[in-house]
Write a protein that binds this ligand. Structure first.
Ligand SMILES: Nc1ncnc2c1ncn2[C@@H]1O[C@H](COP(=O)(O)OP(=O)(O)OP(=O)(O)O)[C@@H](O)[C@H]1O
Length: 271
């Protein structure tokens, strides 16, 4: 269980996240929605401890994540894998090595410096690439891949971290509709097949409704909605998105996720 209690992050006098509180049961696919500047990125970055909370607490399975330092903090960062809008791969390195970076927290530093990866880690990384149909690119430089392929490499890297939670910060913002679906399906597969909790910042309400078990709606740093997608009426959505509402509501519906209907809140089904 991930518990966020009164979490606040201030930049000067401005509260990017203002007293956010919620709990997330293991295995849930949660969409964090809201317009640009609502505080979605800051919330995810605080959970991973990339941004420091000004006040409040983050608890994971009873451990106070906000208080972690040194090795314990590095371990937490491995357990809460981030996926970014811009993929954050090392472009000049090959795809397999990028995925193996996800194992860094598990191996002694001399091995990573010498690029001597344990055979079982290489097998794990190849298997992750196979899961997302990109094993054929293993030896290619990461910057030679398309955006959608690069994001799948980033998801494979997150998967080999063997995380409890994946924090995806607008993972499809740079992608076309086809790659958007491929990447969202990949996240859904991870969530349902491995039971890994996913928190995914999404600008598009249609995507959030299609893929998520639960939505957390943010406006001006505050959590203003928390519930099942079906409970998010157009009226609430319009309040949430204000002037952007017409851009995010009622766009062309996305095809259903591959091989899965949208699951019930908190359920974990085999993919
Ligand atoms: N490092 C920072 N320094 C100062 N202000 C910041 C910083 N990071 C975020 N902010 C401000 O905090 C607010 C919330 O930003 P955040 O990026 O979390 O929102 P968001 O909902 O993720 O928006 P977007 O969808 O545009 O990324 C914004 O007003 C932003 O300008």
């Amino acid at each position: 269980m991930l518990v966020v209690e009164g979490l606040t992050c201030r930049f000067g006098t401005k509260a990017a996240v203002d007293n956010a509180s919620f709990s997330i049961a293991p295995g849930t696919f949660v969409g964090v929605i809201g317009r640009s500047g609502a505080g979605k990125s800051t919330l995810l970055r605080m959970i991973n401890r990339l941004a420091e909370p000004t006040s409040g607490r983050i608890l994971f399975e009873g451990t106070d994540v906000t208080a972690l330092r040194g090795k314990a903090l590095r371990q937490w960062r491995a357990r809460s894998a981030m996926i970014f809008q811009q993929f954050n791969l090392v472009g000049r390195l090959d795809v397999l090595t990028n995925v193996l970076m996800g194992r860094l927290a598990q191996i002694p530093s001399w091995r990573s410096l010498a690029q001597v990866w344990p055979e079982q880690d290489r097998a794990l990384a190849m298997s992750a690439l196979e899961q997302f149909d990109i094993a054929q690119f293993a030896a290619q430089r990461a910057d030679q891949l398309s955006g959608g392929q690069q994001q799948r490499v980033a998801i494979a890297r997150a998967l080999v971290q063997e995380p409890d939670i994946i924090l995806a910060d607008e993972p499809i913002a740079s992608l076309d509709p086809r790659n958007t679906k491929i990447v969202m399906d990949a996240l859904l597969r991870i969530n349902k097949h491995f039971g890994i909790t996913v928190l995914c910042n999404l600008h598009s309400l249609d995507l959030a409704r299609t893929y998520c078990d639960r939505l957390v709606g943010m406006a001006a740093g505050r959590v203003v909605f928390d519930g099942a997608p079906a409970a998010l009426t157009d009226h609430i959505a319009r309040e949430l998105y204000d002037l952007e509402a017409n851009d995010v509501i009622g766009a062309a519906p996305l095809p259903a996720p591959d091989g899965a209907t949208v699951p019930a809140l908190g359920s974990v089904a085999a993919a």
